[in-house]
Design a protein around this ligand. Structure first.
Ligand SMILES: [Zn+2]
Length: 158
């Protein structure tokens, strides 16, 4: 195999079964993994492609072998990768392709930026946010204190 051939082989290695998350905004792949609890809570084999050349510029791609993401997990990703597409792979074929849906409510994913918020105290409170979207911009409003996060959501993940 030529050097170019090997290179290509590495880049496009297909997975037999699992999930491919495509069209992640460049630089957000590691945050996507964080939201999915990888690797802390899983033994999944994961490959990450950073700054891949896509049709519309650079993008990140995440491939998770032998695991099909559930809708609830997928929608959490929308917080930081609203344009992501989810491909469920079965026997090397794409058996389902879907867009992520921005959830109206998220729990236990994002940390409130208000240091005095009860969700940041020693009380065992789970962080909760209502999500509003408009003009391609997401706005998260804390259910406890009302503080709004509208930028760099990826930097406020728990
Ligand atoms: Zn708060």
């Amino acid at each position: 195999m030529s050097e170019e051939g090997i290179h290509k082989e590495l880049r496009v290695r297909r997975i037999q079964n699992g999930t491919v998350i495509d069209h992640i905004e460049s630089g957000q792949a590691l945050n996507v993994l964080k939201i999915l609890g990888i690797p802390d809570s899983s033994q999944d084999v994961v490959s990450v492609l950073l700054n891949s050349h896509g049709k519309y510029g650079h993008k990140d791609v995440v491939k998770i072998e032998s695991r099909e993401l559930k809708a609830m997990e997928v929608d959490r990703i929308a917080l930081i990768a609203p344009n992501a597409t989810i491909n469920i792979i079965r026997n090397y074929d794409v058996s389902q392709k879907k867009k992520v849906h921005i959830p109206e409510f998220v729990e236990g994913i994002v940390k409130c930026i208000n240091p005095n918020c009860i969700s940041n105290s020693n009380e065992p409170m789970t962080s909760k946010f209502n999500v509003a979207s408009g003009n391609e911009k997401l706005v998260l409003r804390c259910s406890y204190c009302g503080r709004v996060i509208s930028e760099n959501i990826g930097e406020h993940l728990l």
